[in-house]
Design a protein around this ligand. Structure first.
Ligand code: GDG
Length: 753
């Protein structure tokens, strides 16, 4: 059974060193809870940083730490204090964190931090590679480790790699700001499955992948050069039962077992029937919208003075990154606001805000969730926000109201909450009043729906769905690779090739022999390709035909000096080497004046697009257009053309970022057969990458003369009627090179004989 390994910045246990004493405490966070059962059940390891700087570990501590790690199936990544500063506090928390939460003004661009990020990501990857064997699954978590998927995939492609991002993925306009945007995207794309909390984050990611790297995306799959990968939204859940049962146990606790906090809360409720608590829990972070929340609460007390004295906000702010200037400033602002509000509305027996700047034990957390009438959750950005779900799980009476920022991922799943814009303080103030006035029936109606959903899609279901996604994409990849040319198949083709006396080699040009370029003229043959064609044509048994959608002039200019035949404009023109161009079929171009204006309107409305006029076809190119708009317009154009061309005997062809209109009845298949007619070839190879080549694959595969001796090869991973697949232009060149080597060997042998 394949093992499942987890990689995250921190391990599921916290190793601390206080007064030279080492201690370890299991983490209680959602990630640790969700993953703990998985990696242990599947015999895997958890790879992460122990939390102690390398320099602080004495040689005598090491054995003890190793022991703890070993017992918990963990592998520690050791980091120096400098690495922690640059990789963790630096690039992770000073660059990615603010940028991904839309705080562009806080985003640092520091080269030393980026270098450290790369080096430390490599350290994590190396540790994972020490344990991950062929066929294992490695599941990597979060923004600190964006480069690890690619680092693992490059060294061990047989490992299935999953990646989950716990924070938002920002829109293209924000992500593009990063100087290292390409590297980060390439890094994550090493994964086979990439998971986000919401479809919005996934959508933003797609947009960045399309615009920055130019990869094609269909539904939720991304087509890389040599792989297809899957992305999906998996909203993370909580261990619902744990929270729910703890809340029940809390109610049933005998007085002598109650915590001090619990006793204080009971005293508070004894003050009167109207006493209500509004709860706020977060890390002290600028993304959490704490000042807005406080100002909104102030506005609420101002507008609804009847609540002064009986509504109290409990604010738990857990210290975080508290040595960083920005966080010190935030803390100062929050302290001042709390002081101002308490000073303004407080009295001897009323403190409007109970403010805790510390972390509380789990049991206290449950007590707060259980006792509060309202959960006030107003982050300005939040990947998910588990506090909202935990509050719902603890509401054993099915009452209570959640006020939720629309900027938190969790808002997508909690439509029954009161959804607010965190920047609209007035709206938040109104929502607090609405929540406090809401009837018990309405509260229960909303709460039951929330509970039902959150209970069902819990953290275990979440992790299981992610793993199912990984299996799904693996299966899909395997099916897709079913036609891949393996070493064994390659040997078979080579032996057929070697024994053939007269071979025809059909080669498409763009996307087959040469990669796509933004400007089509830049795809002219490079030296490697020229050498390759030179080697292929040298063998007198080979006849090479370049079969392309390009125009006559370009191909003749680029390749006319070789001993090759040319078929251009998808089969309109044909040129046997040494002879004149001939028209294959009776085509006309009288339709062009009718169709050209339509294409022109699309050019006018879609920046970055242009029209190419060939002798017998018109082509609308949209490779340089903004990708989503390009796709949208391409669909529109196809629609318009289909209606208009119905009576004109035209064909509308969709190539790679092109829509081409040409006279009907001509295609690469018809043209290829024309070339083969009455000629005794005993071996045919046809290689092409887009659907215009499918005509050729089909004709060669079905035709009496060729069906037994044609090897048809599709470049790329899409469905095809070709017999085989090669993943990229590089692979095509390597494959052909392999054939030319056979030429040389055979020729040498002949000479030696
Ligand atoms: C990321 C994303 C995403 C809080 N105070 C105390 C305490 N907590 C616990 C809560 C909750 C967790 O911390 C906070 O969860 P969040 O979801 O709000 O945020 P993070 O885990 O910091 O960060 C976030 C999450 O990953 C999961 O993908 O939701 O958007 O930023 O579980 O209960 N726990 C204890 N004492 C406290 O004082 N014991």
């Amino acid at each position: 059974m394949p093992k499942i390994h987890i990689v995250s910045n921190r391990l599921p246990l916290s190793i601390n060193k206080n007064d030279n004493e080492i201690s370890a405490v299991p983490s209680v966070g959602g990630l640790a809870t969700g993953m703990r059962s998985i990696y242990k059940d599947y015999g895997g390891k958890w790879i992460g940083w122990t939390g102690i700087n390398e320099e602080d570990i004495l040689p005598e501590d090491q054995g003890y730490i190793d022991d703890i790690l070993e017992k918990n199936s963990c592998i520690g990544v050791s980091l120096s204090s400098n690495e922690v500063t640059l990789f963790y506090e630096g690039f992770s928390n000073n660059t990615i964190w603010p940028l991904f939460h839309y705080f562009t003004q806080y985003t640092a661009h520091d080269h030393a931090a980026w270098d450290a990020y790369k080096e430390v990501n490599q350290k994590f990857a190396d540790k994972a590679l020490e344990v991950a064997e062929d066929g294992d699954i490695v599941w990597i978590h979060d923004y600190q480790l964006l480069l690890v998927p690619e680092m693992i995939k490059a060294r061990r492609p047989s490992v299935t790699v999953g990646f989950f991002l716990h924070i938002p993925f920002p829109s293209f306009e924000v992500f593009r700001i990063l100087p290292w945007r390409k590297e980060l995207l390439q890094g994550v794309l090493g994964a086979d499955l990439i998971g986000f909390h919401t479809y919005d984050y996934q959508r933003h990611f797609f947009s960045c992948v399309r615009r920055i790297l130019g990869y094609e995306i269909s539904f939720n799959k991304i087509h890389l050069e040599d792989r297809i990968i899957l992305t999906d939204a998996f909203p993370m859940g909580i261990d619902y039962e744990k929270f729910h049962k703890s809340a029940i146990a809390n109610i049933q606790k005998p007085l002598n077992e109650k915590s001090d906090l619990s006793k204080e809360l009971e005293k508070y409720f004894l003050l009167g029937d109207n006493q209500r608590l509004v709860l706020s829990i977060d890390r002290m972070d600028y993304s959490k919208g704490i000042p807005n929340r406080l100002r909104a609460f102030e506005m609420f007390l101002e507008k609804y003075p009847e609540y002064i004295g009986c509504v109290t906000m409990i604010m738990l702010a857990v210290p975080s990154r508290d040595e960083v200037e920005r966080y010190i400033q935030l803390k100062k602002e929050v302290d001042e606001l709390v002081g101002r509000i308490n000073g303004r509305f407080g009295s001897i027996n009323y403190t409007p805000i109970w403010y805790f700047y510390r972390s509380l034990p789990f049991d206290n957390l449950i007590e707060l969730y259980s006792s509060s009438s309202v959960a006030l959750i107003t982050p300005v950005r939040d990947g998910m926000n588990l506090v909202a779900k935990e509050y719902v799980a603890c509401r054993t009476s099915n009452t209570g109201v959640v006020i939720l920022s629309e900027m938190a991922g969790v808002a997508k799943e909690m439509g029954e909450a009161l959804i607010i814009n965190p920047n609209n303080e007035e709206e938040i103030a109104e929502a607090i009043a609405q929540a406090l006035k809401m009837s018990i029936e309405e509260q229960q109606e909303r709460m039951l729906l929330l509970q039902d959903r959150i209970k069902r899609y819990n953290v275990f279901k979440w992790s299981q769905e992610f793993l199912d996604g990984l299996h799904r994409i693996k299966e899909f990849q395997q099916n897709f690779l079913a036609k891949k040319i393996t070493d064994k198949i390659n040997q078979k083709i080579q032996s057929q090739y070697s024994s053939a006396e007269k071979r025809m080699i059909f080669l498409d040009y763009d996307g087959t022999l040469s990669g796509f370029k933004a400007n089509p003229q830049d795809a002219k043959p490079d030296q490697e390709l020229l050498d390759l064609l030179e080697d292929l044509q040298r063998d007198p048994r080979n006849i090479i035909t370049i079969i392309s959608g390009r125009d006559r002039e370009t191909l003749e200019k680029w390749l006319g000096h070789f001993k090759v035949n040319l078929i251009v404009e998808h089969g309109v023109w044909l040129k046997t080497y040494g002879e004149e161009w001939e028209l294959i079929a009776n085509v006309n171009n009288s339709w062009m004046p009718q169709i050209r204006p339509i294409l022109e309107t699309f050019v006018d409305r879609t920046p970055g697009t242009n029209i190419e006029e060939k002798n017998y076809s018109l082509v609308w190119h949209y490779r340089k257009a903004e990708p989503e708009q390009g796709e949208l317009r391409a669909n529109e154009l196809k629609d318009s053309l289909h209606t208009l061309t119905a009576n004109l005997d035209l064909e509308i062809m969709e190539g790679n970022k092109v829509i081409e209109v040409k006279s009907g009845g001509i295609n690469k298949g018809v043209a290829a057969l024309r070339f083969l007619q009455n000629k005794a070839f005993d071996f045919v190879i046809a290689i092409g990458d887009d659907w215009t080549d499918e005509y050729m694959f089909r004709e060669l595969g079905n035709h009496e003369q060729t069906k037994d001796c044609a090897v048809t090869i599709k470049v790329g991973l899409k469905n095809t009627s070709a017999g085989y697949k090669l993943e990229s232009v590089g692979a095509v060149r390597k494959f052909l090179k392999g054939l030319t080597v056979l030429n040389t060997t055979k020729n040498q042998e002949t000479q030696e004989v």
